[in-house]
Design a binder for this molecule. Structure first.
Ligand code: AMP
Length: 196
């Protein structure tokens, strides 16, 4: 079983327009705390990201925010978390968020969330890390994206093993159990490339 000391959470800096998103973010934060899994996240006190952090902190969990200096200056940093790491820029931040955690999960969110999710997934594909990448689904939020990913597999742009290795969960306990049991797919370039 994989140990899950911390999980990096990517999610919206907005709350979305359905209260189910906020409820899900709070449930993820509090279950992680109850199960002894720390949260690593963007460090903000806004939207779903702030909700995950506050819920985890209230339940006694470890919460580490990693925030670029420019955003701290805009005073949207969360000041009631275990530790706020201030880094020079977004690139260092992403590396740090990846280093600190044993897995990644994306909850509903916008462009920033998608970018972070796809970067973590790309790094897995390239063998830069071998940590699970997960989607936490709320009311089918991720279905259109999963349909696109299936299309990428059908059209030969993504190897099926990376689609199969993507964890999808709708319950925070199920999420943690699946992440613990996860085995990494072979990285993309470990086998000889097909001749073109
Ligand atoms: P978005 O999905 O576009 O709202 O972006 C959310 C993701 O980008 C989060 O997972 C954060 O890591 C990062 N991010 C966006 N806005 C902020 C913010 N105000 N403070 C900290 N991180 C942010």
């Amino acid at each position: 079983m994989r140990s899950l000391s911390r999980v990096t959470v990517f999610t919206g800096s907005a709350p979305g327009n359905d209260p189910a998103y906020l409820e899900a973010a709070r449930a993820v934060g509090s279950v992680f705390a109850q199960q002894g899994t720390g949260v690593v996240y963007g460090g903000g006190n806004v939207g779903l990201m702030g909700a995950v952090a506050s819920a985890a902190g209230r339940a006694g969990g470890e919460v580490i925010g990693v925030m670029p200096e420019a955003l701290v200056d805009k005073e949207i940093a969360h000041h009631e978390i275990t530790r706020l790491e201030v880094v020079p820029d977004m690139h260092v931040r992403k590396m740090r968020m990846a280093e600190l955690a044993d897995a990644f999960v994306a909850l509903p969110g916008g462009i920033g969330t998608l970018e972070e999710l796809f970067e973590a997934w790309t790094w897995l594909q390239l063998g830069i890390h071998s940590k699970p990448v997960a989607l936490f689904d709320v009311n089918g939020f991720w279905d259109p994206m999963l349909a696109l990913v299936d299309r990428l597999v059908e059209t030969g742009f993504v190897d099926a093993r990376f689609r199969e290795g993507l964890v999808v969960a709708t319950d925070p306990h199920e999420l943690l159990e699946t992440l613990q049991a996860w085995e990494p797919p072979a990285a993309k370039w470990t086998q000889p490339a097909d001749s073109v």
